[in-house]
Design a protein around this ligand. Structure first.
Ligand SMILES: *Cc1c(COP(=O)(O)O)cnc(C)c1O
Length: 386
């Protein structure tokens, strides 16, 4: 289906609501049954009917259809956060005694789910450097039920070969899940590579305006129905109809926003690479990036995120650079209009915490929708101060 068909028409039954262009927000917790027969059929199959908004809601349903089509799956579920979608995908596919293989340094709360939460139920996890398929293969044991991927991966932008991972997992009867938040469905389609479930922190690019926290889970109909009837209905981490409408509005400009961030971030990465105060730039599409061939094979773009190493010795020098920046906001998350920065140095020498394994010179940038020259000027003047 063409991207424009998905974003501007799919799931929108305008005749049902006065030909309104913007979908209505069905802000109702409850739905009435026409009669006893209708009530009986709704209770027999809540997945296919409107009964109560913890299950289905018409506004949310439009969003589900668009997200499924964007990822090329039969259906999707939306959640009140990305972490809720990740947790539902994992919890629905493990039982006591199972083992999960996950890429090294996944998103922090994915890591907590796998290391602090699942062990309470007798589920273990191994973390591997996902750049090397041989290491993934070595980590698989007979009890492995899930291979959890995140490509690109935060901070270093490390990639996994999605086709190779999917093939290996299929041979062993292992389910593959990928967190596709960083690439977005615009730049990477894991389902086409053979991955089983795609999850998103839709808080980032999909909504794209830094004003809604939400998550998405895309897969085939049987998997979506299974998760709907267990984790989705019991944990109840739903997205409100109001927020679903906000996300639908955000989605209208998804390709434009991503293209703008992608073009600017790549150009800024190229400028940084030439700067004497910068030692390495980690951007998957740069010629110098060790996995550039794989990046070009499985991704159509990168989006606004990348990282680089400052050529300095101390935390204080990194902080000086950060404080000199005027057009970047010091904040987590990303995917909105605003450019953001996170220095790894901030996590060093924190009381009661181990220092990160990454060097203190590492800085992550998110390039938003501003003019790229305006953002580069700011970086240049801050680099000149250190
Ligand atoms: C932000 C993020 C999450 C968590 O999503 P929330 O919407 O904040 O729950 C998960 N994975 C990745 C890669 C993220 O960047």
């Amino acid at each position: 289906m063409h991207l424009s068909e998905i974003l501007y028409h799919l799931g929108e039954d305008r005749a049902a609501y006065f030909q309104a262009i913007a979908p209505p927000i069905i802000q109702s917790s409850n739905f009435a049954f026409r009669d006893i027969e209708h009530m009986r059929s709704c209770f027999q199959d809540e997945f296919s009917n409107h009964l109560y908004t913890r299950g289905n809601n018409p506004t949310t349903k439009i969003l589900r259809q668009k997200l499924a089509a964007l990822e090329g799956t039969e259906d999707a579920l939306v959640f009140g956060s990305g972490v809720a979608a990740i947790s539902a995908a994992v919890l629905a596919n493990v039982k006591a005694g199972d083992h999960v293989v996950c890429v090294q340094s996944p998103y922090s709360w994915t890591h907590t789910l796998l290391t602090k939460y699942l062990p309470r139920f007798g589920i273990t996890c191994s973390f591997v450097d996902g750049r090397d398929i041989a290491l993934i293969k070595k980590a698989l044991i007979p009890d492995t039920s899930i291979l959890f991927l995140e490509s690109p991966n935060t901070m270093w932008m490390h990639l996994q070969d999605l086709e190779a991972c999917a093939k290996l997992a299929k041979e062993r009867g292992i389910l593959t899940i990928i967190d596709n938040s960083y690439a977005s469905p615009i730049f990477q389609n894991p389902i086409a590579a053979g991955i089983d479930i795609v999850v998103h922190s839709g808080t980032k690019y999909l909504n794209g305006h830094s004003d809604v926290v939400f998550g998405a889970l895309c897969s085939n109909e049987a998997m979506i129905r299974k998760i709907f009837e267990t984790e989705f209905m019991t944990l109840g981490a739903i997205l409100s109809p109001n927020d679903a409408a906000m996300v639908l509005r955000g989605l209208r400009t998804l390709p434009l926003r991503l293209q703008q961030s992608d073009t600017s971030a790549f150009w800024i990465a190229q400028q940084l690479e030439k700067h004497p105060k910068v030692s390495t730039v980690n951007h998957p599409m740069l010629d110098s990036y060790p996995q550039v061939e794989l990046a070009r094979k499985q991704m159509k773009g990168t989006g606004g995120l990348f990282s680089f190493l400052l050529d300095v010795e101390t935390k204080e020098e990194v902080f000086e650079f950060i404080h000199r920046l005027k057009r970047f906001t010091l904040a987590v998350s990303w995917g909105g209009h605003e450019s953001l920065v996170i220095p790894m140095a901030v996590f060093f020498d924190m009381p009661g915490r181990d220092n990160p394994s990454a060097p203190l010179q590492l800085v992550r940038l998110y390039i938003g929708l501003e003019e790229k020259e305006w953002i580069w000027e700011d970086l240049k003047q801050a680099l000149a101060c250190i």
